[in-house]
Design a protein around this ligand. Structure first.
Ligand SMILES: Cc1ncc(COP(=O)(O)O)c(C=O)c1O
Length: 503
């Protein structure tokens, strides 16, 4: 990897280009997860230039780099204004921090809530089962217990009464989503915040996913219930700029209704011989790159840009949902109310995991979701503005993929594999069993590195790129059959097989 003499810049870039060719297409409106593409000409170039200007700036010390502090404070103000805070609003004293992403924002919301109640020795949080997995991660890292509240299988929302019943004296935070990632539905925020406030507990609204679009959708006439700082009892809210604010990855904003609520989010340390340290977020050294890129994105797109992008997204959602409705054997999990289209199969002969593979084979990348409690397996589409010009092509592709999935028939796991998935305990999963499973499923197989072009050196011996198989239906069926604890263990083992040094 470290070349003896070092390579010319154009060769290095050619290598990265060749590697990037292995990836799913981040642009072009055919990838319905992981990426948020507004398809605005020139935006990538602008954000790359902004990122480069601030990449070496360190957010560790805001007094040394006031440029970064100024941009952070501007991003926090923009997010706050959008989400019901700022001068003249119901939350005039709102403060916030820029974090690296939604997960970090949620970890910090839980940390602030936990550390504000030091007298509680065994803190707990109440979270709908539909809330993002990052709450479970936060609870795990912070040693907080999660009390999960179920959702109605029809509305996919938690009942405020169930949230109220789950609150205990040790509860430090109640959370809800606006909207949820899996199904794109907005929880009854006002009612949940009210029961939290009545119990004297903080309430965090996870608007990481769609918080940036909801206010614009509302302006376009979509009925969006109150979900932000305008709601009494909402003490904090998070929104990811690297999602629907269309900034490059690495930026989210966590807002608190006032500074006293944020205080316990900070970590300061002065009891060592080095520099005094005060960190508002998890990282200490922080690149200014993502923050500058987000700043550039917001400045460039502007309010009118976001309104136009939200309109394009809404139209794309309507068209995609219509395409799903037109297919016999598919059902929308919920009527779309934000930027997600999520569907399930009503016909046992139509295997959704096979359908996902068939769509992939046709260049449409959707996201399979495993069954959970009462909820069936489903297919998730995160819809962004870039999809709008392609929607007319989706219906025929979906119909074609459905026909192919029906013709192929459902995945039938070999009985021994099915028995393994349903009976194995996570503890019984030895390295040998995992290796056997992975080999059987075609996982962890190393594929040769891509051709790097005539002018670049051939990959050295053993230089390979690990990859998952093209068709994932069997893997997904196995995971779907396993209980969550075994799923988790299998996922860790499978990904660990992929993460090997490229000698
Ligand atoms: C509702 C919600 N919260 C939190 C997250 C976590 O965000 P990140 O992946 O940026 O850490 C996501 C990511 O999709 C999300 O949809």
């Amino acid at each position: 990897m470290i070349d003896e003499k070092g390579l010319p810049a154009d060769e290095v870039l050619a290598e990265i280009r060749a590697l990037r060719a292995l990836d799913r297409p981040t642009h072009g409106g055919r990838l319905f997860a992981y990426v948020y593409d507004p398809a605005v000409p020139g935006l990538d170039e602008l954000t790359a230039a902004a990122h480069a200007q601030s990449a070496h700036v360190n957010g560790l010390d805001p007094t040394a780099f006031p440029s970064l502090l100024a941009m952070e404070n501007a991003l926090v103000a923009a997010a706050a204004r959008l989400l019901g805070g700022g001068p003249g609003s119901a939350a005039p004293d709102v403060v916030g921090s820029v974090t690296s992403g939604g997960t970090e924002s949620l970890i910090l919301a839980v940390k602030a809530a936990r550390d504000a109640r030091p007298e509680i020795t065994a803190p707990r949080i109440v979270v709908p089962v539909s809330a993002h997995a990052a709450f479970a991660k936060a609870a795990h890292l912070l040693r907080v217990t999660v009390d999960t509240v179920g959702v109605d299988p029809e509305t996919l929302r938690p009942a405020p009464a169930d949230v109220a019943a789950a609150i205990r004296p040790e509860t430090v935070l109640v959370a809800c989503s606006a909207p949820s990632y899996a199904h794109g539905v907005v929880d009854p925020v006002a009612e949940i915040a009210a029961v939290a406030a009545a119990a004297g507990v903080r309430c965090h609204v996870d608007a990481c996913f769609g918080g940036w679009t909801l206010p614009y959708l509302r302006r376009l006439g979509v009925p969006v219930p109150p979900f932000d700082l305008s709601v009494d009892g909402v003490t904090s809210i998070s929104v990811d700029l690297h999602k629907y604010a269309y900034a490059p990855k690495g930026v989210s904003v966590l807002l608190h209704r006032d500074a006293s609520l944020r205080a316990a989010q900070y970590f300061a340390y002065a009891d060592w011989p080095g520099y005094t340290m005060v960190n508002p977020v998890l990282a200490s050294t922080r690149s200014g790159g993502p923050i500058a890129a987000a700043y550039a994105t917001l400045r460039h797109l502007g309010d009118a840009g976001y309104l136009r992008l939200a309109a394009a997204t809404r139209d794309a959602v309507t068209a995609l949902a219509g395409a799903v409705r037109d297919v016999d054997g598919l059902r929308l999990m919920a009527e779309p109310e934000s930027t997600v289209v999520c569907f399930t199969a009503t016909d046992p002969d139509l295997d959704l995991f096979v359908l996902v593979d068939e769509l992939t084979a046709r260049g449409w990348h959707t996201q399979p979701q495993l069954r959970h409690a009462d909820l069936p397996r489903s297919v998730h589409l995160t819809v962004t503005a870039s999809v709008a010009p392609r929607v007319a092509e989706f219906g025929p592709a979906l119909a074609d993929a459905v026909a192919a999935a029906r013709a192929a028939g459902p995945v039938r796991l070999p009985p021994e594999l099915l028995a393994l998935a349903t009976s194995l305990t996570p503890q019984a999963l030895t390295p040998d069993v995992v290796a056997g499973l992975a080999a059987g499923l075609g996982l962890g197989a190393a594929t040769p590195a891509p051709s790097l072009g005539a002018e670049t050196p051939a990959p050295g011996p053993g230089e390979v790129v690990a990859a998952a198989p093209e068709r994932m239906a069997v893997v997904n069926t196995l995971l779907d059959a396993a209980p969550p604890a075994l799923r988790e263990r299998l996922l860790v083992e499978f990904v660990s097989l992929l993460q090997r040094p490229a000698w």
